[in-house]
Design a protein around this ligand. Structure first.
Ligand code: AMP
Length: 195
């Protein structure tokens, strides 16, 4: 199995690059943001609770996303590997993910961290808000709150994986294809090393 985390602040291009990466490597894409939005669309109790937090730009509780990821990993036992997008976002989530994968005799092989300046993130998210239909993309204050959550709680996830020497930084600015090439160069390099 080959599992990796596509890491970066909101607006760094995780969703866009994930689509291209799963097509190339045949992995199962697990995005907690997408899973939560699907709960909101279905108006489930979990979705309604999560929406209140998402609309403010706050993170939803760890146990909610950990439960969703655990269910999805079990529901996709035949997958060649997983691409985690938008998860883990806290140290607790990272520790639980490691445990969950270990119990299934696998692990995170690499964390690809996309670096993008804050000015560029805000510009991209406001632009995405014109068409995404996402209520958390239209208001600059909410966008800044999401970026603040990232600095407060999520960036520490990198320190966690750095301890295991699993983090590789990639410049997340440039064209979609340029960034894709940088990411695939890292993944191909790692896969060659494994063979
Ligand atoms: P995203 O689509 O990854 O930008 O996520 C949108 C929103 O969903 C975030 O601002 C959070 O409110 C929530 N969310 C997504 N993934 C997580 C996570 N792993 N932990 C906590 N909240 C999350």
């Amino acid at each position: 199995m080959f599992n990796f985390i596509l890491f970066g602040p909101p607006g760094s291009g995780k969703g866009t690059q994930s689509e291209k990466l799963i097509a190339k490597y045949g992995l199962k894409h697990l995005s907690t943001g997408d899973l939560l939005r699907s709960e909101i669309a279905k108006k489930t109790p979990l979705g309604l609770k999560a929406k209140k937090l998402m609309d403010k730009g706050s993170l939803v509780p760890d146990e909610v996303v950990i439960g969703m990821i655990s269910d999805m990993v079990d529901a996709n036992k035949g997958a060649g590997g997983f691409l985690f997008d938008g998860f883990p976002r806290t140290i607790v989530q990272a520790e639980e993910l490691d445990k969950l994968l270990k119990a299934r005799k696998t692990q995170i092989n690499i964390v690809l961290a996309m670096d993008v300046s804050e000015a560029e993130l805000v510009k991209r998210l406001l632009k995405r808000g014109e068409t995404s239909g996402r209520s958390d993309d239209v208001n600059e204050d909410i966008i800044r709150a999401r970026i603040a959550e990232y600095h407060k709680k999520t960036s520490a996830v990198l320190d966690h994986y750095q301890k295991f020497d699993k983090v590789v930084h990639v410049k997340g600015e440039g064209s979609i294809d340029e960034i894709f090439e940088r990411l695939t160069a890292q993944l191909d390099r790692l896969q060659k090393k494994k063979d």
